[in-house]
Write a protein that binds this ligand. Structure first.
Ligand SMILES: [Zn+2]
Ligand SMILES: [Zn+2]
Ligand SMILES: [Zn+2]
Length: 363
């Protein structure tokens, strides 16, 4: 994040004694003459103006925070050696705090008004005292804030929580029962009624596929390229060709009655992101050979020049019957499969879903 300087504006402070508003650079109240106490903060002015071109005020803002006299409390510029009010030595004084955000910055529209609390007269926002009765004017009322939504009902009532807990408990118990009975196995004796095998080979070919990449990362065989500009990265500092994105300007207290207007910006770097066509190996066909004998064979494969062999798969299934139900069991190896001769006896474990979990030949 880069903090951009937009310039300086004069802040204001409100006299705690008479409620009169005063320009930030002024150390004593123009209505009652009281000095600004150290604990009275600078605020966004009631009428925000464009950043100042007054070099004296800019120099003042850059000089560093003002110092409150250690003897009388009066505010003096950073470069003063003795208090302008009591003549006291300012090295005993205390510098004002600086660096806090005062508020958002934006020029007030010219028609903004502030209403006199004493007589009701509408005065221009910049006015400090009422044109009609002379009373000090407060801050203009803030723009009507959207009506506060009614607070959301605070969660669920105790009763419905109990119902949810009960439903949750039932679901959990149901799942436990399902798992328990589903995976509990029973042992049976079964006879082989048949067997079958299947072997397959995938055939790979070069297939055009659409892919996407940044322009400088396109593969050499990319064609049919179409690009569009997209954000590639975000930088905290300015970059050539980057798009600057800035937040709302805001004012920072300098401790002098002047505010420094700044804006946080970052820089979006754009680049060409392209979609393109390239050739990639992909499965173009799968050839399969099946049988129900005990001499499994791989399917015959005829490759053309731009093809190659892909994954091979083989499955061997033993068909069983326990006198009541038919079962199938997929053998782990061809050697196991070869024991599944018709009429052979097997000890099988069947789970609650009717699936054979294990099968061992009975000798
Ligand atoms: Zn005052
Ligand atoms: Zn003093
Ligand atoms: Zn008035």
């Amino acid at each position: 994040m880069t903090q951009k300087d937009l310039g300086y504006v004069e802040l204001e402070w409100t006299c705690p004694r008479c409620k009169g508003r005063n320009p930030g650079t002024q150390a004593t109240c123009s209505t009652c003459g009281a000095a600004q106490p150290e604990n009275v903060n600078f605020e966004t002015p009631a009428a925000q103006a464009a950043v100042t071109t007054d070099q004296a005020k800019i120099d003042r803002a850059k000089a560093g925070p003002d110092i409150h006299c250690g003897f009388c409390g009066a505010r003096n510029p950073a470069d003063a050696k003795v208090c302008k009010q009591c003549g006291g030595d300012l090295t005993q004084g205390k510098a004002r705090e600086a660096g806090k955000t005062v508020g958002a910055y934006g020029e007030t529209d010219a028609g903004a008004k502030v209403k006199c609390k004493a007589c009701g007269e509408e005065n221009p926002a910049a006015a400090v005292t009422c044109a009609k009765c002379g009373a000090p004017l407060g801050k203009p009322a803030p723009a009507a804030a959207p009506a506060q939504a009614a607070p959301a009902p605070s969660g669920l009532g105790g009763g419905s929580v109990l119902i949810f807990v009960a439903i949750g408990l039932i679901v959990v118990l149901g799942l436990c029962a399902f798992v328990f009975f589903g995976f509990r196995t029973s042992e049976k004796t079964a006879t082989s009624t048949g067997a079958h095998w299947e072997r397959s080979v995938a055939i790979m070919g070069m297939v055009p596929v659409r892919a996407q990449a940044w322009q400088n990362q396109l593969p050499s065989n990319a064609n049919n390229v179409s690009c569009r500009s997209e954000r590639r990265s975000t930088s905290s500092s300015p970059q050539p060709g980057a798009r600057e994105v800035c937040g709302t300007p805001y004012t920072v207290d300098t401790g002098t009655g002047m505010g420094r207007v700044v804006q946080d910006c970052e820089y979006e770097v754009y680049d060409d992101y392209c979609s393109y066509t390239t050739l990639q190996w992909a499965v173009v066909n799968t050839v399969v050979e099946k049988g129900n004998d005990f001499a499994p064979r791989w399917p015959a494969v005829n490759l053309t020049g731009d093809q190659k062999l892909g994954t091979r798969n083989e499955t061997y299934v033993c068909e069983l019957n326990d006198g009541k139900n038919n079962y199938t069991f997929t053998m782990r190896t061809q050697a196991e499969y070869e024991e599944c001769l018709a009429g052979s006896e097997w000890k099988i474990e069947v789970d609650g879903f009717g699936a054979v979990v294990s099968a061992v030949p009975v000798n």
